[in-house]
Design a protein around this ligand. Structure first.
Ligand SMILES: [Zn+2]
Length: 61
């Protein structure tokens, strides 16, 4: 299991990314929950889970 932290370059929301190399995932993409910035594209080779850890300083409405 590989853990890393990623930050949205647009609104600075923080995310914890956990990759499970032993599991197959699904193809797709992850976008920032707040500003819709594309943060990662999944190729389905591994299972990746991303959770919000830091709220952005500004709120988008
Ligand atoms: Zn963002």
């Amino acid at each position: 299991m590989r853990k890393s932290d990623i930050m949205c370059p647009n609104c600075h929301a923080g995310y914890r990314r956990v990759e499970l190399a032993s599991s197959k995932g699904t193809r797709g993409e992850f976008r920032c929950l707040f500003c819709d910035q594309l943060l990662e594209v999944f190729d389905g080779g591994t299972e990746v889970a991303i959770r919000l850890t830091v709220q952005p300083e500004k709120t988008f409405q």
